[in-house]
Design a protein around this ligand. Sequence first.
Ligand code: FMN
Length: 182
Amino acid sequence: MSRDYPSALVVYESLFDNTARVARAIVRGLRAAGFEAHSVPVTSVASTGPVDVDLLLLGAPTHAFSLSRPGSRADAVRQGAPPDRAKVGAREWIPLIGPDRFGTSLAAVFDTRAAKVRRWPLAAGTTAARLLHRRGFRLIRKPVAFLVDGTRGPLLSGEEERAERWGQMIGAACLAEIDRAA
Ligand SMILES: Cc1cc2nc3c(=O)[nH]c(=O)nc-3n(C[C@H](O)[C@H](O)[C@H](O)COP(=O)(O)O)c2cc1C
């Protein structure tokens, strides 16, 4: 940690804005934990150069029990999602990145998924965690899920507040990891 404040970047994929809302709530939680934190859609971060942070977070919606694919995002567009949000997803982005790009190997993952299949073990977060691990990142906590009501949302009541608390918790966990390594 070379700056005055620890820092985190929350990269998210979101077709209907629910994962984006969760990402913003997590940013609020990270800030409450003392972090300089920002969220950015995967459609924009894909074209930026290296960034120097202490923690990378990645969030994505569950499509077909996994990360989205071009076909599932096209499906979402047919259901009303803005086409520009479907250009690139976390699945295509992760193979392009590694710890060097962010100045950290510490990462955390979250997903959104439909409330009625909440207990299904396979989801976007599981896949993202596996792919990030393969790229050399170390997940500091298990992936966490936030629930939406159906395909377009909204988030279930209380989920944004839970995301904010999770952001604060993950910030504290990251600081503990940094202390341990020092
Ligand atoms: C093509 C498609 C497939 C989906 N498959 C699943 C699924 O397998 N499991 C699930 O829980 N939700 C599924 N959903 C619901 C999404 O998880 C939901 O749309 C998403 O969490 C909303 O987040 P977003 O607004 O950020 O896109 C699917 C949605 C779409 C559009």
